[in-house]
Design a protein around this ligand. Structure first.
Ligand SMILES: *[C@@H]1O[C@H](CO)[C@@H](O)[C@H](O)[C@H]1NC(C)=O
Ligand SMILES: *[C@@H]1O[C@H](CO)[C@@H](O)[C@H](O)[C@H]1NC(C)=O
Ligand SMILES: *[C@@H]1O[C@H](CO)[C@@H](O)[C@H](O)[C@H]1NC(C)=O
Ligand SMILES: *[C@@H]1O[C@H](CO)[C@@H](O)[C@H](O)[C@H]1NC(C)=O
Ligand SMILES: *[C@@H]1O[C@H](CO)[C@@H](O)[C@H](O)[C@H]1NC(C)=O
Length: 436
């Protein structure tokens, strides 16, 4: 038996050795290359990231045309060529019947024939409902069809190969994938298959809001108990209330509006511009409309940094005007938040004892903004006013989820200096739908 004194010395020595290894590692050895990649297979964009050992930095690998992410679009040309991302985006108008987008909306999900008939009206490509209720996309004149997970795998393959080229490694075999919090087992399984189809093993699946919270490191902050994640994309708004304890996340409530997103703000501005057009001298045709839509999107983005923008070199839109036109939409952003608090407190009676158990905005430790539309300054302002504190915006809202899955990949890979744990416990919480 070593005396307690020697035991102490031994521990001391090994600790010093460890610290030294860390120090030397940091200064002398090249960092080991990441083995697990973080993938965000999104409805509109897909992105990939890696966690770097030693520096502890996440890197989002540019996906195409020097942009962080790849539009989740695949175009099948009649000569057999398959185009992805921005290349496919360019074919939306030229090859509409065989240019597939929104595949994630259908992955692992069963539809009735009536609902598919209705949904079909939203898409120029043909949806094929199989007997089991699952949907495939027709991608050729001869009627060949493809499953949503195959579309996903084409996108993931592009992203995986980018990382292989970037890191100069022969083959990436492992990944962490994010999915919407509301995805059920079947949807998760089908998303997993998208990766497995290209020989990528899925080490873990985490929900998107949890990934966004991980991106900000809330798994290792002892004083953070409740995190609210607000995700406003092009067409949808989703809010999730997470609780976190000892690196363990669980979803407490979810609410969303499938009919509220950045596009709605653009549409209001377009309607306004149309009232300014002098119909005698200018004809509103599809070409002008398309041109205006692009100008309006640019203008909206400009208004996040400057006080005014110009549309089509003639109409000046001030931020004030933009906010006035969209006044009602800004108010609607708060609806899912109200619903979350109503839901979480629904078991609590109005007597005095219970009221002190109510969860209020004051209990929310951190607010995270995800999705490009959260760049609108007014949105940041109304959220700040609602909670009485500033939301977290330091990480690019377009890649916050990718950032988080990459950190999860680093944690699973046991990459130094990440020795924290982060896990997600799935709960049976049902999403509250405001409009669908
Ligand atoms: C790509 O983007 C980076 C950073 O935004 C920039 O520094 C670089 O010049 C760009 N490269 C090209 C080819 O546009
Ligand atoms: C298929 O068609 C596209 C667009 O017309 C063209 O760019 C491509 O080179 C063609 N590929 C083959 C294999 O013919
Ligand atoms: C249908 O067309 C696709 C591509 O256009 C081709 O790959 C496939 O072999 C064709 N299938 C049949 C049954 O002709
Ligand atoms: C021009 O026509 C649009 C409908 O196409 C209408 O909404 C708008 O008010 C008209 N503008 C003017 C200045 O009359
Ligand atoms: C690693 O884990 C140990 C024990 O849990 C902890 O004391 C230490 O601070 C951690 N180191 C880092 C860098 O997080």
């Amino acid at each position: 038996m070593p005396s307690s004194e020697t035991a102490c010395t031994l521990i001391g020595a090994s600790l010093i050795a460890l610290l030294l290894a860390g120090y030397l590692g940091q200064h002398l050895l090249p960092a080991p290359k990441p083995k697990i990649i973080g993938l965000d297979l999104g409805t509109t964009y897909s992105c990939v990231g890696i966690y770097h050992a030693i520096s502890g930095l996440v890197e989002i690998i540019p996906a195409q045309r020097n942009r962080s992410c790849l539009p989740s679009i695949v175009s099948f040309l009649s000569n057999g060529t398959i185009l992805l991302g921005y290349d496919a985006f360019d074919y939306l108008e030229i090859n509409p019947k065989y240019t597939i987008y929104d595949a994630k909306r259908f992955i692992g999900k069963e539809f009735s024939s009536e609902s598919i008939e209705k949904i079909q009206k939203d898409y120029p490509f043909e949806l094929l409902r199989k007997d089991n209720g699952l949907v495939e996309f027709v991608i050729s004149e001869n009627g060949t069809s493809i499953r949503p997970e195959q579309i996903g795998s084409l996108l993931l393959k592009h992203l995986k190969e980018l990382v292989e080229k970037y890191l100069n490694v022969p083959k990436i075999k492992l990944c962490v994938l994010s999915v919407p919090a509301e995805f059920d087992d079947k949807q998760r399984q089908s998303t997993k298959q998208a990766a497995e189809l290209i020989q990528l093993k899925v080490e873990r699946i985490i929900s998107e809001p949890t990934a966004a919270a991980l991106a900000y490191g809330f798994h290792k902050m002892e004083n953070v108990r409740y995190v609210l994640v607000i995700d406003i994309g092009g067409g949808t708004t989703d809010v999730s209330l997470l609780s976190v304890q000892n690196g363990m996340f669980s979803t407490q409530a979810m609410a969303g509006n499938n009919r509220l997103g950045g596009q709605d703000f653009n549409q209001n501005l377009l309607n306004y511009i149309l009232t300014l057009i002098d119909n005698k001298t200018e004809r509103v045709n599809p070409i002008l409309l398309q041109h205006l839509r692009i100008e309006i999107e640019k203008c909206k983005i400009d208004l996040s940094t400057v006080d005014q923008c110009v549309i089509d070199s003639k109409w000046i839109i001030t931020r004030e005007k933009f906010e006035e036109i969209n006044h009602d939409l800004f108010k609607k952003i708060l609806e899912p938040l109200d619903r979350i608090f109503a839901y979480i407190n629904s078991d609590i009676n109005d007597n005095d004892d219970d009221i002190s158990n109510r969860l209020t905005v004051n209990n929310i430790d951190e607010i995270v903004l995800v999705g490009g539309s959260t760049r609108m300054l007014k949105i940041r302002q109304i959220i700040e006013d609602y909670f009485g504190k500033k939301p977290n915006i330091q990480i690019d809202p377009d890649v916050a989820v990718t950032h988080g899955v990459s950190i999860q990949a680093g944690i699973l890979g046991g990459v130094w200096p990440l020795n924290v744990s982060a896990t997600e416990v799935r709960t049976a919480v049902e999403k509250i739908h405001i409009e669908t």
